[in-house]
Design a protein around this ligand. Structure first.
Ligand code: BLA
Length: 517
């Protein structure tokens, strides 16, 4: 946010993070005018890194900073159509007899040629063969991962190996853009984030849009003073520089505060895309000081993200495939027991976990001929009876009634949302009211929150500013009374079980009829 602009819960996703007006000061940003490569804009930290004050660079030609042979090859590179293919440009500046080495990262956006210079040391780059072998073995590990979890784990290990971040996690968005940590590689002395969920507002819409366009972003040192971008006076009316594709783009102050609250000192994240849509992130955080990752290593990390992205369709497809197979084998065992056992309810509920596993429920009730058998967590007897009466009296009885927010349909359910905010109710016979009910608790109860909620809220500044931790409170309100959604294959498994039970019931009653004849 710019000075005077207050970001709050209602406009969090409107913060224009692509035009922050400044950069992170570990590099210098230049906007060049073609063909002479005149410096039209430059970040105010130029003096610290180049040895020339920003104000005296404005209006001059970039070449004056460089040694002559470089200047002409630079011009060839920069003026080419696909200038990004030449990144990083290895540049040496000479000012007052002192040489400085840089990686130059160039791109064109909205008709502007932007060159970002990151200081470098010769020995920093991965040797070519090292990179090649690493990439090859990393590709085969990712490709051979047997399923989605294995793929995520290989990827976070690979990124941690490449960079040395204290923690690397793989993070997947759900339908509402909340995220869950699927895999982690971390310092052994730190707490695990595995399985934790984070609310959608932690990574707002406009940030997700930028991350769909860029593979990687880095914050090497969160405690920085942004370096403003200075322009020639005659360009003053041009409006702020769009930094959507800049590697030095200054970061949202809200996010920096978020990282401070997490105890992080540096951060990097890599996008994971599935069929062009942001699927998740590989998110890296460092707690033990600044963490600068050289350009070549970042490219190797991007490569891991890009390659993992290309594998998501098959590996995630397999995930559901495995779950379906598992549901089918449970189904077979349940049916076999039901046909053997004169009392269905017993067949269905022994051993108890199988009926729950079938749909991923935490509790179930089998209501058969006026008798109820309960497994796992379920509403109390009276609450259950009330629910069954309500189901039986529904004006539009369905074979399968399925909801992730029962209290929307049946307000009395608010009283037992801790065990049954979500419900699948399968009606097992016409006329008589026999049901199998599956329950899931309110999502706030099941989902573990990863932002250290017990930590006292930091002092807020003089301006009423949004504290990132407040987003969790907001999120809790939006999910109040709701369970995690039932997945298609879980609903399908309930439907399948219903069909089989009805078949068995019919078969038995026919047999009974024959006996009685
Ligand atoms: C950005 N938030 C991000 C990013 C991550 C997270 C990974 C990408 C930038 C980066 O790589 O650091 C969130 N980081 C996490 C999570 C974990 C983690 C969930 O390590 C879990 C382990 N953030 C808030 C609120 C707002 C907010 C309330 O909590 C808005 C009001 C904003 N987050 C926010 C913004 C960005 C962001 C604006 C974009 C930062 C930028 O690119 O400029």
């Amino acid at each position: 946010a710019r000075p005077g602009q207050v970001v709050d819960l209602t406009n969090c996703d409107k913060e224009p993070i692509h035009i922050p007006g400044g950069i992170q000061p570990h590099g210098v940003l230049l906007v060049l005018q073609e063909p002479a490569l005149t410096i039209r804009q430059v970040s105010e930290n130029a003096e610290a890194l180049l040895g020339v004050p920003a104000s005296s660079l404005l209006g001059t030609a970039l070449e004056s900073l460089l040694t002559e042979p470089q200047a002409s090859s630079l011009r060839t590179c920069l003026l080419s159509e696909r200038l990004e293919d030449n990144n990083p440009l290895k540049l040496t500046t000479r000012v007052g007899g002192r040489e400085h080495f840089f990686n130059g990262i160039a791109h064109r956006h909205q008709g502007r040629l932007i060159l970002e210079l990151e200081p470098t040391f010769e020995q920093e780059a991965l040797p070519f063969f090292g990179f090649y072998h690493q990439a090859r073995s990393s590709m085969s590990r990712l490709r051979n991962a047997k399923d989605l979890s294995a793929l995520c784990l290989e990827a976070v290990r690979e990124v941690r190996r490449l960079t040395g971040f204290d923690r690397v996690i793989a993070y997947r968005f759900d339908e509402e853009w909340n995220g869950a940590v699927l895999a982690e590689d971390r310092l052994e002395t730190s707490d695990s984030y595995l399985g934790l969920w984070f609310p959608a507002s932690d990574i707002p819409r406009q940030a997700r849009e930028l991350y769909t366009l860029n593979w990687l972003r880095i914050i090497p040192a969160i405690h920085y003073e942004p370096a403003r971008i200075l322009s020639l006076p005659e360009d003053a009316g041009q409006g702020p520089l769009d930094m959507s594709f800049c590697v030095l783009r200054s970061v949202s102050p809200i996010h920096l505060e978020y990282l401070r609250n997490m105890g992080a000192s540096a951060s990097m994240s890599i996008s994971l895309l599935k069929e062009g849509r942001l699927w998740g992130l590989i998110s890296c955080t460092h707690v033990s000081g600044d963490k600068y990752v050289p350009y070549e290593v970042r490219k190797a990390c991007e490569f891991v993200g890009e390659f993992m992205s290309s594998l998501l369709v098959t590996k995630e497809g397999n995930e559901h495939y495995d779950q379906r197979i598992r549901a089918q084998s449970i189904q077979v065992r349940l049916l076999e027991r039901m046909t053997r056992h004169p009392d269905f309810a017993v067949g269905l509920t022994h051993p108890p976990p199988e009926l729950l596993e079938l749909t991923g429920a935490t509790g179930a009730a089998v209501y058969f001929n006026g008798r109820t058998t309960i497994i796992g967590q379920a509403p109390g007897d009276e609450q259950l009876q009330g629910l069954i009466d309500w189901l039986a009296a529904k004006p539009d009885p369905q074979e399968l009634f399925c909801t992730a927010c029962l209290s929307n349909h049946y307000p009395e359910a608010a009283a037992f949302k801790d065990v049954a905010a979500g419900l699948i109710a399968a009606s097992m016979s016409r006329g008589r009211h026999n049901y199998v009910l599956w329950f899931r608790p309110e999502v706030v109860q099941t989902v573990a929150w990863g932002g250290n909620p017990n930590k006292p809220v930091d002092l807020e500044g003089a301006q009423p500013r949004l504290h990132p931790r407040k987003s969790f409170a907001l999120w809790k309100e939006t999910v109040r009374g709701k369970s995690l959604p039932w997945k298609d294959y879980e609903v399908e498994a309930a439907r399948e079980l219903r069909r089989s039970v009805i078949d068995i019931v019919l078969q038995r009653s026919e047999e009974l009829l024959k006996l009685n004849m």
